[in-house]
Design a protein around this ligand. Sequence first.
Ligand SMILES: C[S@@+](CC[C@H](N)C(=O)[O-])C[C@H]1O[C@@H](n2cnc3c(N)ncnc32)[C@H](O)[C@@H]1O
Length: 286
Amino acid sequence: MNKEDYNVIVRYIFDVCGIVLGDDKEYLVEHRLKPILDELGCGSFSDLTRKLNSGTVNFLMREKIINAMTTNETSFFRDEHPYVVFREKIMPDMFERVRQRKERSYQRRGAKVRMWSVAASTGQEPYSMAMTIADEVNTKGMGLVVLEDFGILGTDISTKVLAKAVEGAYEPFDVARGLTPEALDRYFIKEKDFYVIKDNIRKIVEFKAFNILEPFENIGSFDVIFCRNILIYFTDEVKRKILAQLFQMLAPNGYLLLGSTENMYGLNDDFKIEWFGTTTVYRKPT
Ligand SMILES: C[S@@+](CC[C@H](N)C(=O)[O-])C[C@H]1O[C@@H](n2cnc3c(N)ncnc32)[C@H](O)[C@@H]1O
């Protein structure tokens, strides 16, 4: 791939998914796109560049490029400490919200606490949230707060990872990272070589393709948002726009968690910041 081709491809990736690829990522782009050139109907990178320049890249080709170019690294209970905060600080508040909303409405509709895993990748993040909720409901719900009082939306731009998330079937390597043997027993069924998420966990998680660069208005509002390990790929300008929209989507006093290496310093002043050990939680003031 020559420099010109590289620049066109990098520009395209930036335009469609906001991901910034510096001059040192030539090898990465080549490594990820070369295997799909055939599928894209291109004999070479110059062919691809021509198609990108002439605007003849259709939806399917776009999808294949996104699927190949996104980095989908994730694991169950990634970084551990955010999930401790989720369990110990956020969940008691969510229980209270369920109770208050049920009191306020005779019908159960509208009582749900909604959570969003913005970059769900292959599903480990939303399923870790759901497992934590299930643990809390089982030990403290006393039949008054039930699993169905919660709904988690997992979104990602990559349809490839979402398909795996929906399937909820993981290899031994995936479940060896982040899960205790007890959690594995409680929330997975072993089917041949895979560990499959049990239905009670699966039924409170739904997945949807969503590009975070697009307007958020049809997504709804959320009590808790996990937007972890995605902002790192974007420019400050894109980060600012996303954070401003996340602020809008968050319910009053709601919680936003970013990745361990991410923060909103210099990007947004609207959130109230709370620290719990090494975990920073961003809240929407009432
Ligand atoms: C490194 S993974 C993070 C997964 C998970 N949140 C975690 O912390 O383990 C980043 C995810 O962001 C997704 N992504 C990248 N650009 C995106 C965009 N513009 N809109 C939505 N998702 C995007 C990628 O497909 C990838 O699955």
